[in-house]
Write a protein that binds this ligand. Sequence first.
Ligand SMILES: Nc1nc2c(ncn2[C@@H]2O[C@H](COP(=O)(O)OP(=O)(O)OP(=O)(O)O)[C@@H](O)[C@H]2O)c(=O)[nH]1
Ligand SMILES: [Mg+2]
Length: 194
Amino acid sequence: MKGSGAPGGEIDVARLLPPPRRATSAVPSVPAVPAMRATPEAPAERATAPTAPGEPPALSVIVPTRNEALNIAPLLRRLEAALDGLTCEVIFVDDSDDETPAVIAAVGETSRISVRLLHRGPLERVGGLGGAVREGIRMCASAHAVVMDGDLQHPPERVPALLATAREQAADVVIGSRYIQGGSAHGLAGRARG
Ligand SMILES: Nc1nc2c(ncn2[C@@H]2O[C@H](COP(=O)(O)OP(=O)(O)OP(=O)(O)O)[C@@H](O)[C@H]2O)c(=O)[nH]1
Ligand SMILES: [Mg+2]
């Protein structure tokens, strides 16, 4: 989707990131949240709904977004339904030039899921999509993170199965693939792409 008008990012240093941690199947205690300066490497985060103090969420969902305004509400609705009963945070790492960050903030206000937003301005978009995923992983409060696209090509309904596999097998990485038994390319662009 294309749009216009770059929304400004209000800087809130009170809601900055936990230190990077290696994902394991064990759920760690909550680390103290250090103060960090906003830099192009670690931009300040705007949180629409803070992660509850105390226990970390069971799952962090990282969604890189670039001009996905129309997809945010359906994505969050489907995640809410799919992850019902699970403590969860959704971290949007957004490099949009359209109204996507404003939509994330608005939808996040009423979401059952804790919604966190890191909007990167035009000069902060280190590494593009890959850099956004890396930032999202750095931000995770949970020991388990799932990365999914914001354009509804990755079905939120599959997330619980990914988490269950990670837990059951103590796996470091679990992937969904169209090539495994029962896999499907439904909704994806090209037959040849993985
Ligand atoms: N933060 C961030 N997100 C991006 C960037 N480029 C793409 N994205 C997001 O990353 C996800 C995947 O991007 P797509 O362009 O759909 O990539 P794709 O699924 O491989 O390609 P298509 O098959 O054409 O959909 C989507 O949620 C995009 O909004 C970027 O530069 N920064
Ligand atoms: Mg896509």
